[in-house]
Structures are given as structure tokens and as C-alpha cells.
Write a protein that binds this ligand. Structure first.
Ligand SMILES: Cc1cc2nc3c(=O)[nH]c(=O)nc-3n(C[C@H](O)[C@H](O)[C@H](O)COP(=O)(O)OP(=O)(O)OC[C@H]3O[C@@H](n4cnc5c(N)ncnc54)[C@H](O)[C@@H]3O)c2cc1C
Length: 398
């Protein structure tokens, strides 16, 4: 039995299969789980504590395909699984679940150790390059080409973001040649370009904008984002990134609206800003009367028309409804995740490719998207296990 791809989805498949078959896991990079380790640098948001019914809604139209896998390995089971590896978790104030150590490396180490003890053989620096004429798997290695005959194979090759960590999407051609329908990759959970002035880039790149409300297409959410030298990124932006990306693709422009002072209503802001400011500078007046200073004041100067600064009512309106014109999503290389990959209707209920019996798929290489903040890893683990279970029953049957 071969598993190709040593990220969370591939390792989860190995865990399900190692009791029923000899598992050989192949990974192109010199070590396992490089993107998983990177995710750990920002705390490793491993699952979510919200009600399961609400959790399922985060997967949009892919819910029907993912629900059975998620039901078999729901967030609570993920916490128990982490505990079984000696990793305690906690639920943060947002409901997100993190390992107490806030990193991925202890979990990955313990997981790989347990799989090795259960007999999984790992082959790193083995890049899968397709099949031989006889149907054996073919790999590029430091020693040249090698082949491997498997009774069944789980592919867990990832998407195409952060390609230097291993998942480069090069596999798409290998499956397309076999008639598998693959949707083009697009960035998901990504930042966006904004045409910042030189001043904005130099002074504010890397600065967080805290506790603002972003609204787009009838949805609003409060949170933080970060100014980058290219534009904007961060959790509040990622929450809207699918809708922003789609509208940019359709219309060539997207203009979400920022409320820089969500705790003050417009009428109150209008009256406080209309109060005489005496000798106070406008900057001081804005800071004292509206709580707008630093990066928020810079955003206002950057994005609001110059004339609003002469009229307190217009200024108040601009603070509450500041339009943020976006140019394009940041490139796929920088995205947290991707949408696109193997079309879901190519996959049966056991996560096997309908057109390639005995070939199972899991993880980010399949075409669905969800917000970052736990939903991704939960579903990659769950689909890895589901593909592992599917392959186990296939092996039993054959
Ligand atoms: C900065 C960042 C932060 C993130 N934070 C979070 C988070 O907090 N919570 C969350 O849920 N998600 C997070 N993610 C997303 C998550 O880490 C990934 O989406 C997840 O690792 C995908 O799992 P996977 O197993 O499907 O693919 P991958 O982890 O990409 O694994 C695929 C593996 O297949 C290997 N491979 C590819 N092609 C071949 C080949 N031809 N032959 C052999 N091997 C091959 C690759 O080298 C790779 O190791 C984050 C991602 C990034 C970039």
C-alpha cells in the first residue's frame, strides 16, 4: 500500500491503514509536514470548539461531500487524538483550538514516531512522477528513478500555495492525463493588493489595524488585519477573501468598506467632530473626539477624498464607511490555502477516484475551500482518514 505526500492528510491516511496493510509513505521533500510546521508558527489552529452543525456550514457547497468524513472525525475526536499523542489542547477565546505549546513540531514528531512504531516505512526525497506502462508508481530520487508496485495508493499531494514547502501542484498534469477533471488552482485565505502611496508603504507596512469592522456584499465582521507593503492581509481579510477574490475576478474591482470606529455611532461621531476644536490640530481633534490616530488616521488620509477633512459630517461618514479599493488577490504562492484541484464529482464516497479504481485522494488537492482558522486542518485530517478507511475496505475486498 502506497501513500504519497507526507502532510497531515497523508499521515492521517497512514494512521488508518497501518493496522491492515504494510504502508510505504513517499514524500518529495527531505522531511515530512513542512507546511504543517509553518502553520504551527502562527500557533497551529488545529480545530474549532463551535457547535458541530455551525462548523459544518463553513464548508459551503462542499459540505455534502465532506460531512461523512467530518462526522467520523469531528473536532472533539481531533482533540482526543492530539491527547493520545501527548499533546494537550485548549480552546481560545474565539473558540479556536490550539495545542498548549502553540506549535506543530512536538505533535508532528510524536505522530511520525507512532506511525514508525506501527510499521509505516517513510521514504523522503521521493518525488512521484506518475506510473510506468505496467502501472507501477514511479519516483525521482537522489539515486535516480525507482518504481514501486502498490495494491492501492492514497495521493495526498497538497495544493499549490507555498510551493517551496513541497506542495507545488505539479501532480495536476499526471492526473489530467488520466482523464481526471481538475479545477485550476486559485488563492484562498489570501491577502490583496492595494495601490498604497509610498508614504503608506514605508511608514505602515507590517502595522496591525485593530478592532475595525469590514463589510462586503451584505456581510460584516469585526477583527484585525495588517497593512503589508502590497496591500492588506490577516485574519479579518482572510474571512472575506473568497468573496473578494470572486468579485475581483468577475468585475475587475472590489471595494469593501471599513468602519474605523465601530464602537461609535455615526450621529455621535458627527456631533463630537462638529464641536469646535479651537487651536487643536485636526490630527489631535480626530484622536480625542473619534479615537482615530496612528495607522487608522493614515488609512483615512490615504483613502478618503481630501475635501472630507473640511466638513465634520463628511469626515464622520468617511470614518464609518471608508472604501478600500482592492486591485487583485496576492499570488497563490503566498496564500494560506487554495481552492481548485480534483473536482469533487470525480471522487466516490470512499474518496476513491471513480475513473482510477484503487487510487484514493485526500486533503488540499481536492476542490473545496473553507476559511482558515481550524477548518482546513480538521478537514484534511478527516479526509485523510476517510481515504485510509476507503483504501482499507478496497484492500479487504480485493
Ligand atoms: C502560513 C500558513 C499557516 C497556516 N495555518 C493554518 C492553521 O492554523 N490552521 C489550519 O487549519 N490550516 C492552516 N494552514 C493550512 C494547512 O497547513 C495546509 O493547508 C495543510 O498542510 C494541507 O495539508 P495536506 O496534507 O493536504 O497538504 P500538504 O501539507 O501540503 O502536504 C502535501 C505533501 O505532499 C508532498 N508532495 C507534493 N507533491 C509530491 C510528489 N509529486 N511526490 C511526493 N510528494 C509530494 C509535499 O511535499 C507535501 O509534504 C496554514 C498554511 C500556511 C501556508
Amino acid at each position: 500500500m502506497a501513500i504519497i505526500g507526507g502532510g497531515p492528510a497523508g499521515l492521517a491516511a497512514a494512521e488508518q491503514l497501518c493496522e491492515v496493510a504494510d504502508i510505504h509513505l513517499f514524500e518529495a521533500m527531505p522531511s515530512l509536514g513542512r507546511k504543517f510546521l509553518l502553520a504551527g508558527k502562527s500557533g497551529l489552529n488545529i480545530t474549532h470548539g463551535e457547535a458541530f452543525e455551525r462548523f459544518l456550514t463553513r464548508f459551503g457547497t462542499a459540505r455534502a461531500q465532506l460531512e461523512p468524513a467530518l462526522t467520523r472525525f469531528p473536532p472533539e475526536a481531533i482533540r482526543n487524538w492530539a491527547t493520545s499523542l501527548g499533546i494537550e489542547t485548549f480552546i481560545g477565546s474565539s473558540g479556536r483550538v490550539f495545542p498548549t505549546a502553540m506549535k506543530a513540531s512536538p505533535l508532528l514528531r510524536a505522530w511520525a514516531r507512532r506511525l514508525t512504531e506501527k510499521g509505516v516505512t517513510f521514504y523522503t526525497r521521493h518525488r512521484w512522477t506518475g506510473w510506468t506502462g505496467e502501472g507501477a508508481l514511479r519516483f525521482d530520487t537522489l539515486e535516480g528513478n525507482v518504481t514501486f508496485c502498490a495494491n492501492a495508493t492514497v495521493l495526498a499531494l497538497g495544493g499549490a500555495s507555498w510551493p517551496r514547502l513541497g506542495a507545488d501542484g505539479a501532480w495536476t498534469g499526471l492526473l489530467a492525463e488520466r482523464g481526471i477533471n481538475i479545477a485550476p488552482f486559485r488563492p484562498a485565505n489570501c491577502g490583496f493588493d492595494v495601490g498604497w502611496s509610498a508614504h503608506m508603504k514605508e511608514r505602515f507596512a507590517g502595522v496591525p489595524v485593530k478592532s475595525v469592522t469590514l463589510s462586503f456584499e451584505g456581510e460584516s465582521a469585526r477583527g484585525d488585519f495588517v497593512i503589508s507593503s502590497h496591500g492588506i492581509e490577516g485574519s479579518l481579510i482572510y474571512a472575506f477573501s473568497a468573496a473578494l477574490r470572486d468579485v475581483l475576478e468577475r468585475d475587475g474591482k472590489a471595494t469593501p468598506e471599513l468602519d474605523l470606529a465601530p464602537d461609535r455611532d455615526l450621529a455621535r461621531l458627527e456631533s463630537t467632530l462638529a464641536a469646535t476644536r479651537g487651536r487643536a490640530s485636526l490630527a489631535n481633534h480626530l484622536r480625542k473626539k473619534a479615537g482615530i490616530d496612528g495607522v487608522k488616521a493614515a488609512l483615512l488620509r490615504e483613502l478618503a477624498p481630501a475635501e472630507v477633512f473640511n466638513d465634520p459630517l463628511e469626515l464622520a461618514h468617511a470614518i464609518k464607511h471608508l472604501t478600500l479599493p482592492l486591485i487583485r488577490p496576492r499570488p497563490i504562492d503566498e496564500a494560506i490555502s487554495v481552492t481548485g484541484g480534483i473536482a469533487l464529482d470525480e471522487i466516490d464516497e470512499n474518496w476513491m477516484l471513480k475513473k482510477l479504481p484503487g487510487i484514493f485522494v485526500a486533503g488540499e488537492m481536492t476542490d473545496w475551500e473553507a476559511p482558515t482558522g481550524s477548518y482546513l486542518i480538521t478537514a484534511f485530517l478527516a479526509t485523510g482518514r476517510a481515504a485510509g478507511d476507503g483504501a482499507a475496505s478496497w484492500l479487504r475486498r480485493s
